[in-house]
Design a protein around this ligand. Structure first.
Ligand code: DGY
Length: 330
């Protein structure tokens, strides 16, 4: 029996890799950097399935380059803004993602960034390494307290809620703005974003990237934040207008910012944001824990394998491609 042919755009953790190799004839890109567009267009030709990363752009051109036999695209991420899903749907191709399993790891990073930015940890470490620590000083490196303050969550899906859960232990009052999410973890729903920005001492962003959230955090948003507020972004870089953020941080319009995601990624080393003491940036490590990355690779592989075997994907972002198709009782 011929095995389904798949292209995997990077070496992923064994949990997923082994499953793919068991079932498929896998062509695996083994570079440390993502395959170029030319390589992608070439290597997808004739495959039944594609497993891609958030660094690979998947659109109609790529799907057509693969050919009409392509029956699944599996993204090794929960976010799927790297894929033009409408192009896949128009071709009847299901797209898989990896929801749920990276919720805790990402919420942990959001909270770590919040604490680090509030208490100026990177700046304090630079201070020590640069030999500035001469004595215990009553007024050096003073940061913001958490207890009794208000955390505003922009977006209250799985990750936003997991951040709210953590905030309870730090005696933070939690408010959120998300038109579709129900309250949970004691968080109070705000009817408007302005209301949230008026009240929040910490603002953490948990929205997907789409046309309505691109540059949601712009000059106007930042000007509505409290003067001593801290911004945290673990969603997607383009949700923040970085030029506006630079101005707000430089002029101390807000206290500080902490970002796990930037626009572009990687952030060029000459980015003005890197000149600021009050801006902490880490390289998109929200899901970077051993267990989470193993689980992501397994889930992405399960989606791929289900797809090439003609089964429904366990996690599909465009289930409308299935129409009324019957897959049997679970
Ligand atoms: C995702 O899966 O979308 C995350 O950004 C990866 O860390």
């Amino acid at each position: 029996m011929t095995r389904p042919k798949v292209f995997v755009t990077r070496i992923i953790r064994d949990a997923g890799m082994n499953l793919i190799r068991e079932v498929c004839d896998a062509d695996i890109w083994d570079g440390n950097m993502p395959p170029s567009r030319e390589v992608l267009l070439e290597r997808v030709r004739g495959v039944d399935g594609l497993l891609c990363l958030l660094t690979d752009f998947v659109d109609g051109e790529l799907l057509d380059a693969a050919g009409p036999q392509l029956i699944v695209v599996s993204n090794h991420a929960v976010g799927f803004d790297n894929i033009v899903v409408a192009d896949a749907t128009a071709r009847g191709i299901p797209v898989g993602n990896t929801p749920g399993i990276l919720t805790d790891a990402t919420a942990d990073i959001a909270f770590a960034l919040l604490l680090a930015a509030a208490r100026r940890l990177p700046e304090a470490e630079r201070y020590l390494r640069n030999g500035k620590w001469k004595t215990w000083e009553p007024s050096a490196l003073l940061g913001a307290d958490l207890a009794g303050k208000t955390l505003g969550l922009v977006g209250f899906g799985r990750i936003g809620q997991a951040v709210a859960k953590r905030a309870v232990g730090f005696d933070l009052r939690v408010i959120y703005h998300d038109p579709t999410a129900l309250p949970g973890f004691g968080a109070i729903k705000m009817n408007s974003l302005n209301e949230l920005l008026r009240e929040a001492d910490f603002v953490s962003v948990h929205t997907p990237l789409n046309e309505s959230t691109r540059h949601l955090v712009n000059a106007d948003f930042l000007s509505r934040m409290k003067p001593n507020a801290v911004l945290v972004n673990t969603s997607r870089g383009p949700v923040v207008d970085q030029a506006a953020l630079f101005d707000a941080l430089k002029t101390r319009q807000i206290f500080s910012a902490a970002l796990d995601v930037t626009d572009p990624e990687p952030l060029p080393l000459d980015s003005p944001l890197l000149t600021l003491e009050n801006c902490l940036i880490v390289p998109h490590i929200g899901s970077a824990s051993e267990r989470t990355r193993n689980d992501m690779s397994r889930l992405a592989a399960e989606n791929l394998v289900a797809g090439v075997m003609g089964k429904k994907l366990p996690h599909c972002v465009n289930p409308e491609v299935y129409g009324d198709r019957w897959f049997g009782s679970p």
